[in-house]
Design a protein around this ligand. Structure first.
Ligand code: BGC
Length: 744
């Protein structure tokens, strides 16, 4: 589907009579219009632009937020979170535009994390597609739907590097790798904003949570982080930097404290790196009550100081903490905060509103007819189905998949087989359970009538095994069993850290029962993170990871199970064998003892009770065909700064009997550095489609800048010396060749 087809045309936007803010003529550059408006604002009105509250739906009636009405009328809230719907946002916007002195429109924000009404697979799932076009298109659709329902701003993409599956928010991430994470961050920002923010169907994106939130100690959400500046620059910063380069409009500070200072008030992050080094010109919002949480962190004694420190560090907008509302005006009056800093923050918020066109039409996203036409539109559903199947990763297949067509009976069993809410996953926006097509419903299409048998079997929690008998019965009459097990939506996402990554509740026991029937068992794992498979593996003939696959996950995964789609997903995270191995990631350091140094084989970096290797490696995923790699060659043995880039070429052949897609991956090892270097780093990938028997040469370009890292002297750049390149279908890629980078 062509992206352009998804843009609502201008003619669909209904222009209504509005109370227009009195601002400078629209032909002036945004900077001039901002300056003009700032010159007419009172101190309190300026502070108002930096205050955000979460709204419930109604302004009047039971459960309403009547207390916010006078605040908004006074221009005291620049943006609202969680108010959505064309009609509702119009009602709230009217208050700001028609009642406030300067008629400045509000921004409406929502966490549109993996779809708005049409829910796509969780971000970790879509990252497994390694399909940048499909990921960008999904965010384009999410932005179109969000703007049709009154939203101007999403708190996405989350670009935190996540190397710890105990952390539930790994589900929201693109996984463990800075290179993959950066390319996906760019695609997501482009999807939300396009290159013409303000065009119909575009919304402000927000890179979050700056920074290193994924490194919370022991994988426990909201906990402390202690990451060296080198690791920040090499691992955690790159996707944020990529988002800035893609023009991301806003940033969100993390909840975590980093090296002793909460990100909310971290001048190193917000002022020095983000604005100073990267030249970011948008604005930064706190996470939910991030400012007041500093009282608990213990780096401030009161809310006034929390507001002062945050604002001086570079945090522009206060989400829900009341720190700025209560204290910022007084801080400016007393001289504790310079007016110039205030004007810079307010100016950045106003500039975003100008760019979105809100001063021309504050109700541009409040058209109910458009909302009705665009939410869960057929083309959006089709894209969600396609991305669900592209995101699935086949980890094991003894030949049972794809399911044989014609006449077989399938038993679909398990707590996630027919659970609409769980299929949506965490942060499911405005997704409607009633619109979800579950796996059971989709398989019933492929295996009609009595050819599909179903039993829930058990829940993912507790110890109730009373459903096992029905599960056994369903399985007994089938030729093959599909066991849909894993995590519910509530076991994944924010504040869902887990110390055990085993299948929870009675699920393993259920799997044993199914295995005991002697029928082939396919495990369809629906989860927001890698779960341990050591005990599971001997009980199953195939493992397909479907993640939390979204509204159309059922049909998408059914396509993979039946072979209508040949799986092409690859793991964006390393899959551990045990919790004790965590954090486990492919781009680790070599250590001084990578192999035994003594005859007993004892004194080297290892465990005495489990291998160092993961259960499944980063970049791994099977297909119903196989791919063979050969003929690796480099354009030259030497890469010279200022000279031509190195071209790395390999031949990939579809060695099987059916068409398929392969993610061709390029890794590099820097053999000697002024500081120790990872054993391998991803530096390129391309997803290609090959017919049965077809071969193709795939080329990658490597320039010196691609080899840059944080050197011993803390400068960022490459170092001359010996390197190896590897090309293949996962992070163990075997084809390799050496090259040398010469000094400039
Ligand atoms: C989350 C953010 C989210 C915010 C607003 C917080 O709890 O950490 O990721 O954007 O809530 O919903």
């Amino acid at each position: 589907m062509h992206l352009r087809l998804l843009l609502p045309s201008l003619s669909m936007l209904v222009l209504l009579p509005i109370a227009r803010p009195a601002t400078a003529p629209t032909t002036l550059p945004v900077e001039d219009r901002v300056r003009d408006l700032l010159s007419r604002m009172t101190l309190e009105e300026k502070v108002g632009q930096l205050v955000q509250y979460s709204g419930r739906d109604t302004l009047t009636g039971p459960g309403s937020q009547a207390e916010l009405v006078p605040l908004i009328k006074a221009g005291g809230a620049g943006s609202m979170l969680n108010v959505h719907g064309a009609a509702k946002t119009r009602e709230w916007q009217k208050l700001a535009v028609e009642s406030s002195r300067l008629h400045i429109p509000m921004l409406f924000a929502l966490d549109v994390v993996h779809g708005c009404r049409t829910i796509f697979p969780i971000p970790l799932g879509t990252a497994a597609s390694w399909d940048l076009g499909a990921i960008e298109q999904a965010e384009r659709i999410a932005a179109i739907e969000a703007s049709a329902t009154g939203i101007h701003w999403t708190f996405a993409p989350m670009v935190d590097i996540a190397r710890d599956p105990r952390w539930g928010r790994i589900a929201e991430s693109a996984g463990e790798d800075p290179f993959l994470g950066s390319t996906i961050a760019r695609a997501r920002v482009r999807g939300f904003q396009t290159d013409r923010l303000g065009a119909p169907g575009t919304i402000l994106a927000c890179a979050k949570h700056f920074a290193a939130y994924g490194a919370v100690q022991a994988g426990r959400d909201y906990f402390t982080t202690d990451v060296t500046e080198r690791v920040l620059r090499d691992v955690y910063f790159p996707p944020f930097r990529a988002a800035v380069d893609a023009g991301v409009a806003t940033f969100m500070a993390g909840f975590n404290d980093l090296d002793g200072t909460p990100c909310t008030a971290n001048a190193f992050l917000l002022d020095r790196v983000l604005r100073g080094e990267w030249g970011f010109r948008g604005f930064v919002i706190s996470d939910w009550q991030g400012i007041s949480e500093m009282l608990e962190h213990g780096n401030v004694a009161d809310l006034r100081d929390a507001a002062r420190q945050s604002f001086l560090a570079g945090l522009d907008v206060d989400m829900e903490a009341q720190g700025y509302e209560k204290h910022l005006a007084e801080l400016v009056r007393s001289g504790a905060v310079p007016v110039a800093r205030l004007d810079a923050a307010v100016g950045a918020v106003l500039a975003a509103k100008f760019r979105l066109g809100l001063f021309e039409d504050p109700y541009r996203n409040c058209d109910e007819a458009q909302e009705k036409a665009l939410l869960f539109a057929p083309a959006h559903r089709e894209a969600a189905r396609d991305l669900a199947r592209r995101s699935a990763v086949l980890l094991k297949n003894n030949g049972v998949l794809p399911l044989k067509a014609g006449g077989i009976t399938v038993a679909v069993v398990g707590p996630l087989a027919d659970s609409a809410g769980d299929q949506l996953g965490c942060w499911s926006g405005l997704g409607e359970r009633s619109e979800v097509v579950t796996l059971r419903a989709a398989l019933a299409e492929a295996f009609p009538g009595a050819r599909l048998r179903y039993a829930q079997g058990c829940l993912t929690t507790g110890d109730d095994t009373s459903g096992f008998a029905a599960a056994r019965q369903a399985a007994a009459g089938a030729d093959v069993i599909v066991a849909a097990l894993g995590e519910t939506a509530n076991q994944s996402g924010e504040s869902t850290s887990r110390a055990s990554l085993d299948l929870s509740g009675p699920q393993l026991a259920l799997l044993r029962e199914l295995h005991a029937t002697g029928k082939p068992v396919v495990l369809l794992l629906m989860a927001g993170r890698p779960l341990l498979l050591e005990a599971v593996d001997p009980l199953v003939d195939a493992i397909l990871v479907g993640w939390h696959p979204g509204s159309m996950g059922g049909p998408g995964l059914a396509d993979v199970l039946t072979g209508a789609y040949n799986p092409s997903g690859k793991l964006p995270v390393t899959w551990p064998r045990s919790v004790g191995q965590i954090p486990l990631f492919y781009a680790h350091k070599n250590s001084g003892r990578p192999t035994p140094t003594d005859p007993e084989g004892k004194y080297f970096s290892h465990y005495i009770d489990t291998p160092n290797t993961p259960r499944f490696r980063f970049g791994f995923g099977l297909s119903y065909t196989t791919f063979a790699y050969d003929s690796l060659r480099l354009s030259a043995p030497v890469l010279q700064p200022g000279g031509p880039a190195l071209i790395v070429t390999a031949r990939v052949r579809n060695a099987g009997a059916r068409a398929g897609e392969e993610v061709v991956q390029l890794y590099v090892r820097d053999r000697v550095g002024s500081v120790t270097r990872p054993v391998r780093e991803l530096k390129g990938f391309e997803k290609i489609a090959l017919a049965a028997g077809e071969s193709r040469e795939v080329s990658f370009r490597l320039a010196p800048a691609d080899l840059a890292f944080c050197r011993a002297d803390m400068t960022f750049g490459p170092e001359p010396g010996a390197f190896d390149v590897f090309v293949g279908g996962d992070s163990n890629a075997a084809l390799s060749a050496p090259f040398t980078l010469t000094a400039p």
